[in-house]
Design a protein around this ligand. Structure first.
Ligand code: ADP
Length: 242
């Protein structure tokens, strides 16, 4: 989050990519994209493209990590070295990737009925194929449908979006330039039908009024993403039946 040098909202209220403040990028969800994973999905938020693969419930290796009363849930978020627009990203796990792995796991854990599979592991891998802002939010949306695709029992899906503040205006689903140059960035994950927030982070500054409005924008956007998740799941399972 840097000081606001680039103009991000035009005179006619459009953003750099032509979107209105409350408009999501085009979102695409494809489920069951990997044959060898138990569940998988590719999710696109505009130019951001993320692959999620889920394995499990399966035997815990190393064994000492297993839990007697529930499944252990693990997550690894990674950006492929060719995924960024700037120079090649180092393939070594960065502090950011380690932190995001934890953030994404914690956003999904409340939805997973892990007590149904004691002494097993559920592993989620999030691979960022192309990064243009919102990789954690697209990653959460992708992991949720990949978990469902793996047949893992869940209380609800989880979907996520980032709300930002650009030139004093609240907007939804920040792209890379907006993320770098805006005044605030607030990624939020919600279990949509339960109406429960499972992740909320804030980078930058918002007033209490902004915060309330940002939350309601997030709820509204996430309900749209949730519809796309359900539609993609229906498409996947109707195709299998045919
Ligand atoms: P998110 O992707 O969830 O918005 P960040 O706010 O940390 O997470 O990153 C914002 C954007 O900055 C990313 O989506 C990506 O486009 C870019 N970015 C992040 N890390 C790197 C990196 N190591 N090299 C180049 N670009 C990066």
């Amino acid at each position: 989050m840097k000081s606001n040098k680039v103009r991000l909202i035009s005179e006619d209220g459009r953003r750099i990519d032509g979107r209105l403040p409350e408009e999501l990028r085009p979102i695409k969800i494809d489920i069951g994209v990997l044959k060898n994973a138990d569940g998988s999905a590719i999710v696109e938020y505009g130019n951001t493209r993320v692959l999620a693969a889920v394995y499990g419930p399966r035997e815990v290796v190393p064994r000492h990590e297993e839990l007697a009363d529930r499944a252990i849930i693990r997550c690894r978020y990674r950006m492929l070295s060719f995924s960024t627009s700037s120079e090649r990203k180092s393939p070594a796990p960065s502090r950011r990737e380690i932190e995001l792995s934890k953030v994404i796991r914690e956003a999904l854990e409340p939805a997973i009925l892990s007590n149904q599979y004691p002494r097993t592991a559920i592993d989620m891998f999030i691979e960022v194929i192309n990064a243009d802002g919102g990789t954690r939010t697209a990653g959460i949306t992708a992991a949720a449908v990949a978990l469902a695709d793996a047949g893992i029992p869940m209380l609800d899906l989880v979907a996520a979006v980032a709300i930002g503040k650009l030139d004093g205006m609240l907007v939804v689903d920040l792209n890379g330039i907006e993320d770098m140059n805006g005044e605030a960035d607030m990624p939020i994950a919600i279990m949509p039908s339960l109406g429960k927030v499972t992740m909320l982070q804030l980078n930058g500054v918002l007033t209490p009024e902004d915060f309330k409005k940002a939350l309601s924008l997030a709820i509204n956007s996430i309900s749209k993403i949730y519809e796309l998740q359900k539609e993609a799941l229906r498409k996947r399972y109707l195709t299998v039946e045919e």
